[in-house]
Write a protein that binds this ligand. Structure first.
Ligand SMILES: Cc1cc2nc3c(=O)[nH]c(=O)nc-3n(C[C@H](O)[C@H](O)[C@H](O)COP(=O)(O)OP(=O)(O)OC[C@H]3O[C@@H](n4cnc5c(N)ncnc54)[C@H](O)[C@@H]3O)c2cc1C
Length: 345
């Protein structure tokens, strides 16, 4: 297919030159016109058709492929692609591994802004608003993918097993009460009643009914399936290797995948960088710095004779129920670079 530039009263437009009628122009949507015009803007000067066609044939490999290219198929990239696809945009997701194969699959899946924060700033508001969108988000993902993602709204229990925990919970309790956030104070007796089998050292607790958790190992793969249903092109095992810039804008991205045929640059009107802790690598050559760093978290998963009814947190550590009768215990937080190996101790 040949693309040509057309000048009309309202500016430059791109059209498709049909083989059967060399002068017929098929219009494209306003957004795409804009991005394509940017991409091919330099060609406008050469408006003699035969010359244009020749050059177009050379540049066809970098013709706009999408409205938006999302780099990174973790939960963030997939969730963004999900919403963009609902807005009827043509979206390509580039993921150098599998969907959710990095932090999104390794996490514990707590959606717990109330349980984790003491600063009630704009970031907290954002996290709480995001948590409140989860029920309908999960419903849509499950319906489209046909998969369940282990979403649970049973609340999160924070317990105090020593003086330090007690002071932290007191602080959380006071600051959340000032914000008018719902929080239930539980005696040792009612903590043990709710979650039998906890250590006798647990003295009291705070129950956050509003916080949730999800089986994150299932969420991102389900999202990727839902994306396929929505017509999103998910390119697994395809790494974005270099962003190409022209006129102060990213116009295309070079890729590398096992299939050499798929290695041509992809251009689009917009690019979303959702490459987690690798995001900096892609923008560093453009002179930009994103202060995101990798953090290794080691967890243990074991089988339990009885089901854990809620997430239990004590200080920085937690127990998270996983189906059926499995429990995740987490986590360490190690700033050891990009090491993923589990250590013995
Ligand atoms: C042990 C642990 C426990 C956690 N527990 C929780 C929790 O309970 N609750 C919570 O909210 N958060 C938790 N987190 C944090 C959470 O996992 C992350 O914030 C979240 O997964 C980030 O998602 P992401 O999509 O940005 O990143 P990632 O999941 O890392 O996704 C980025 C993706 O980009 C891909 N990529 C990178 N570079 C390129 C490239 N050049 N081209 C193509 N693809 C590329 C990667 O392969 C990766 O799949 C936890 C993290 C850890 C490590």
């Amino acid at each position: 297919m040949w693309w040509v530039l057309e000048r009309s009263g309202s500016g430059i437009h791109l059209g498709r030159l049909c083989p059967s009628a060399q002068n017929a122009i098929v219009g494209c949507s306003a957004d795409r016109q804009e991005s394509r015009a940017a991409l091919f803007g330099a060609l406008w000067a050469m408006c003699k058709l035969p010359v244009t066609l020749k050059i177009m044939s050379v540049n066809l490999r970098s013709a706009p492929t999408a409205d938006v290219v999302v780099i990174g198929g973790g939960v963030i990239g997939c969730a963004i692609a999900f919403r963009l696809a609902h807005a009827h945009l043509k979206v390509v997701v580039l993921e150098r591994g599998e969907p959710g194969g990095e932090a999104s699959g390794a996490a514990a899946g707590m959606i717990a802004p109330q349980g984790e924060m003491v600063n009630f700033d704009a970031f907290f508001e954002l996290c709480a608003a995001s948590r409140d969108l989860y029920p309908s988000f999960v419903e849509e993902v499950e319906e489209l993918s046909g998969e369940t993602v282990g979403y649970r709204r049973d609340g999160i229990l924070m317990v105090a097993a020593d003086d330090q925990h007690s002071r932290e919970l007191d602080e959380i309790s006071r600051s959340q009460a000032r914000q008018g956030l719902p929080l239930e104070r539980l005696t040792a007796e009612s903590v043990h009643e709710r979650v039998p089998g906890l250590s006798p050292a647990v003295r009291w607790g705070l129950f956050v009914r509003g916080d949730h958790w999800v089986d994150n190992e299932r969420l991102t793969p389900a999202l990727a399936q839902a994306l396929e249903r929505l017509g999103v092109e998910f390119r697994a095992h395809t790494a974005a290797t270099r962003l190409q810039v022209a006129g102060g804008r990213v116009i295309s991205v070079e890729t590398r995948s096992a299939s050499a045929a798929a290695n041509s640059p992809i251009s689009a009107g917009h690019f979303i960088l959702a490459a987690g802790c690798w995001s900096c690598e892609l923008v560093a050559p453009l002179g930009m710095c994103l202060p995101v760093q990798p953090c290794r978290g080691q967890m243990i998963e074991f089988e339990s004779p009885r089901e854990l009814p809620v997430v239990v947190r004590a200080g920085h550590h937690y127990l998270v129920p996983r189906a059926p009768n499995r429990i995740l215990v987490g986590t360490t937080a190690e700033y050891t670079g990009y090491q993923k190996e589990v250590t013995g101790e």
